[in-house]
Design a protein around this ligand. Structure first.
Ligand code: GLU
Length: 415
């Protein structure tokens, strides 16, 4: 059977929720596809003097609830289809956590691992220039995503300022602290995953103390989720990155693995572990699984082998609808991406608020508010799932789509 694309999956998840909502079909049609899709092709001069032409995208799915919000990823496999799915998921994510934002996503087809810092800067600045007509602090606010970070955001901010003359730090979130970034933003997605995992374990009656955790993906989301869960008393038995995985049933020292990866470029080869594949990490014996890599990792072919009772989606779209059905049928509790990894965009919202006021909060304030937003969203989604007897994914979609539909109806149509 041909694999469904990320966008086909996003639309299927949307359509699967409609029967619970009794929406005006016209309002549903507005939300069923992105509001705006921009494709740009632009040249960058490489270090050896040659010119390379890159393709990039910025998709705004919705601005009904506020400015569009979402990251920019740099990856060789970026497609318009994928960016459309990710933009749609951002709309629902912001709505699940009650943030006053719509949803967007950007991506550039490139391999930053093979590019110098200067080439990456030039690419970032030219891409920002190409999309500068549709982004803005009150229009569409980018953030980091796969293979982009606070330095990338600093370049976006500076380029936007060069074009507009507006020195607004609220144009992007996930910036360095020195440029108006927020305390706690770097750890926020991982912290939100940890908060969601704790709440899910509690719902399942599994103590965090000694709970065994496996994490696929050892980037900003996966690595931070792993050490924060370890700090809570969990035992991290397996982790992986794009090059492969490592396994030790007695537990890994996650911060030391992080140090090893910083030195060697990968977790692979870490001492006193058994080498496993990036796919095997999903099916090791554990209580909590955190898929924190890319889309489509958990599919019909491996969902039945997953041993974890609790799955917390650190990545966006890691589980196909077929796998969802298998996991639900096996009684697993899956906390969906639009809830589980919403900690990042929640602290992005805090950053944007701080930037607009030029008044900054302490890390303790940020973390306390993040805890409040995440716990409240989790409790509301859990209550819907109990009331409607549906999965946490469908419950999160029920909450998110109703909220966006309400915003669309209240605004009315123009003209
Ligand atoms: N890229 C992150 C996500 O997928 C963060 C988006 C943001 O902070 O705007 O949720």
């Amino acid at each position: 059977m041909p694999q469904k694309s990320a966008y086909e999956i996003a639309v299927e998840q949307f359509d699967n929720t409609l029967p619970y909502l009794h929406l005006d079909p016209g309002v549903a049609e507005i939300m069923r596809a992105p509001k705006r899709e921009m494709t740009v092709r632009f040249p960058v001069q490489m270090d050896d003097g040659t010119i390379r032409v890159f393709t990039g995208y910025r998709v705004q799915h919705s601005t009904a609830a506020g400015p569009a919000k979402g990251g920019i990823r740099f990856h060789p496999n970026v497609t318009l289809d994928e960016v459309k799915a990710l933009a749609m998921w951002m709309t629902w994510k912001c709505a699940v956590v009650d943030l006053p934002f719509g949803g967007a996503k950007g991506g550039v087809v490139c391999n930053p691992k093979e590019m110098s810092l200067r080439e990456t800067e030039n690419l970032t600045r030219r891409f920002t220039t190409e999309i500068s007509g549709i982004i803005g602090p009150m229009a569409d606010v980018p953030a980091p995503d796969v293979n982009t970070n606070s330095q990338t955001m600093a370049w976006v901010m500076d380029t936007y300022a060069m074009h507009t003359g507006i020195q607004s730090s609220a144009i992007v979130t996930g910036k360095p602290i020195e440029l108006g970034g927020s305390q706690g933003r770097t750890e926020a997605t991982g912290r939100g995953v940890m908060i969601s995992a704790l709440a899910a374990l509690q719902a399942k009656g599994i103590p965090i103390q000694g709970a065994r955790v496996a994490v696929q993906g050892f980037g900003n989301v996966g690595a931070i989720s792993a050490y924060l869960l370890q700090d809570q008393g969990a035992i991290v038995v397996a982790v992986s990155d794009s090059r492969g995985g490592i396994w030790n049933p007695n537990g890994l020292d996650v911060r030391d693995v992080l140090r090893y990866k910083a030195e060697t470029g990968s977790v692979v080869g870490y001492p006193n572990t058994e080498a496993i594949s990036n796919g095997d990490v999903l099916i090791v014996d554990c209580d909590v699984l955190v898929p924190a890599a890319l889309e489509g990792a958990i599919h019909a072919g491996n969902a039945g082998q997953i041993k974890a009772q609790v799955i917390v989606e650190g990545a966006n779209g890691p589980t196909t609808p077929e796998a969802d059905e298998i996991l639900n049928g096996n009684g697993r509790l899956l906390i969906p991406d639009i809830l589980a990894n919403a900690g990042g965009v929640t602290v992005s919202y805090f950053e944007w608020v701080q930037d607009l006021q030029s008044f900054f909060w302490s890390e303790a304030q940020v973390n306390a508010r993040l805890q409040q937003y995440m716990s409240s969203a989790f409790d509301q989604v859990y209550a819907i799932s109990q009331r409607e007897q549906v999965s946490m994914r469908t419950a999160a979609y029920i909450k998110a789509i109703s909220r966006v539909a309400k915003a669309i109806q209240l605004r009315g149509l123009y003209p």
